[in-house]
Design a protein around this ligand. Structure first.
Ligand SMILES: Nc1ncnc2c1ncn2[C@@H]1O[C@H](COP(=O)(O)OP(=O)(O)OP(=O)(O)O)[C@@H](O)[C@H]1O
Length: 493
């Protein structure tokens, strides 16, 4: 074992984030940390990386006790971390992003940056990971998976022995994830000890050498990959067996009443001539690579991006342009793809975020009583793990922040619900609950469009499936019985 962290305790005010937590990382191995949202996975990684100082506990490396009080201590002990949320600055170059806190080392005679040197050093790291990224590429031309690899390159630039990856694949699509995982495997082959957090079981089964389960801030069990069965893992993580009951039964009745008709919808540079119908009470899944048209469909229906052609008909009203306020009045709600940028005001309380769009009023004043009822209802319904909804949203774990955004959408009581990757970063148990909530809403007559980059989720949840490719609709499957990943992928790439 290269690193052992044990008896770790960390509190945030009254919240006990870690209590008797432990993890061991070994060179040339991936240890996957798994557990429900709020189990303490990010906190233990951040404690090891010196981002949070622990209240108590012990970290040893190669048998020697080490004191880690800040990130510099961690770096000095060969520990690097890649955070869950993106830390890429898109307004500077790839090399600057990699050496962001050491740019002074590349100052030429005390003046501008020595581009030749910084680019050479950055390229060396990118090549060592076999990332396939050319350092001179415009950062905007790269996909999110490549952005994550740049963050890994930044972590590697400190020459670590131990690399901590916190939900690095949460925002990546299928292809980006595949190449990210293959880069992680290469780092493992080089002897790196890797701590890897993810909610995606397939990734964990594929990558992990050992798995550490956490629950409520505590260490539950460590298993070697070969000892793991799905039943054992789920029982340790969530205390029950989910098995093949992750996705609820699809709608038995064929939905025939059209609620939303989209004709020849065009969005400049994003979507050309898309026509389809959304039926009352159905879940229409949209699959496809990022930027292939699906985001544009959802954003244009909501009015988050302007329509450049075509029309939308809802409730007998046909329109060729719309805004989010008009959508709110028409009872169309959008769960955006980027929770901390578009979905939440993280400094506001959980409660204020939930009621923000619904805005119950008594005359011109806020209706505090109804607000409280809404908050209590949605904290319970989407299972937000908080002791007090008046705490700031920033105090929640990533998955619980996402649940607040879902609660905020539902509190507006929409007829049409647009979901952009609704379960990113959400644990398997909460996902099962959210899927059953979404299906329940559809069964009650809500019409739902669900854009998702998770193919299993697309197949598991949709009554019908629309696929986009190269900014156009490439296929609409009017049935989703027995469709496989291969059936769908052939229209995606
Ligand atoms: N800065 C903070 N202030 C207050 N509470 C916090 C803070 N960071 C984390 N917590 C709390 O600590 C607990 C553990 O959170 P953590 O982010 O480690 O969970 P996690 O297992 O990584 O969850 P997820 O899978 O949702 O990312 C949660 O109850 C969370 O609300």
């Amino acid at each position: 074992m290269i690193l052992k962290a044990k008896d770790i305790r960390k509190t945030f005010g009254p919240t006990i984030a870690l209590d008797n937590a432990q993890v061991e990382l070994k060179d040339g191995e991936v240890n996957a940390l798994v557990g429900e949202n709020g189990a303490g996975k990010s906190t233990i990684l951040k404690a090891i990386a010196g981002v949070h100082s622990m209240d108590s506990g012990e970290i040893t490396i190669d048998g020697q006790k080490v004191d880690i009080h800040n990130t510099n201590d961690a770096i000095a002990n060969g520990i690097s971390i890649v955070f869950q949320e993106s830390t890429i600055n898109p307004f500077i170059t790839i090399a600057e992003n990699i050496f962001i806190d050491r740019l002074y080392q590349y100052k030429k005679f005390g003046r501008g940056i020595d581009w030749k040197k910084i680019n050479k050093d950055a390229q060396e790291i990118l090549d060592s990971m076999e990332s396939g990224i050319d350092v001179k590429t415009d950062i905007h031309a790269l996909n999110l998976g490549q952005w994550k690899l740049i963050e890994v390159a930044r972590a590697l630039s400190y020459n670590p022995k131990i690399l901590l990856l916190d939900e690095s694949t949460a925002f990546l699509n299928h292809n980006e994830t595949v190449s990210f995982i293959s880069s992680v495997k290469k780092l493992r082959e080089r002897g790196m000890a890797i701590g890897f957090v993810s909610h995606h079981m397939q990734e964990i089964y594929e990558l992990a050498d050992r798995i550490t389960v956490m629950r409520d801030g505590k260490f539950i069990v460590e298993m070697l990959r070969e000892e793991v069965t799905q039943e054992r893992l789920e029982a340790a993580m969530v205390g029950r067996n989910i098995g093949d009951k992750l996705y609820p039964e699809k709608s038995k009745n064929k939905n025939t009443e059209t609620i939303l008709k989209v004709e020849h919808l065009t969005v400049e540079n994003q979507l050309t001539d898309a026509s389809f119908e959304l039926k009352k009470g159905e879940i229409l899944g949209i699959g496809g690579l990022k930027q292939s048209g699906g985001d544009a469909i959802v954003d244009a229906i909501y009015g988050a991006v302007p329509m450049d052609g075509g029309s939308i008909t809802m409730d007998g009203d046909t329109y060729t342009s719309t805004t989010p306020i008009q959508s709110l009045n028409r009872k169309i709600a959008l769960l955006p793809g980027e929770r901390t940028l578009e979905g939440l005001i993280v400094n506001f309380s959980i409660a204020d975020n939930i009621v923000m769009s619904a805005g119950p009023k008594k005359g011109v004043l806020r209706d505090k009583k109804q607000e409280k009822e809404l908050v209590d209802q949605y904290v319970k319904e989407v299972m937000i793990k908080t002791k007090n909804p008046n705490n700031p949203a920033s105090s929640l774990s990533g998955g619980n922040m996402q649940k607040v955004v879902i609660g905020k959408c539902l509190a507006t009581n929409p007829k049409v619900l647009l979901l952009n990757n609704p379960t990113r970063g959400i644990d398997i148990s909460a996902r099962q609950e959210i899927y059953s909530l979404i299906r329940g809403l559809a069964n009650e007559g809500m019409s739902i469009i669900m854009l998702t980059e998770d193919l299993l989720e697309l197949l598991g949840m949709s009554d019908r499936i629309l696929i986009t490719r190269n900014k156009e609709i490439s296929k609409i499957f009017d049935e989703n019985n027995g469709l496989t990943e291969e059936d769908v992928i052939s229209y995606i790439v």
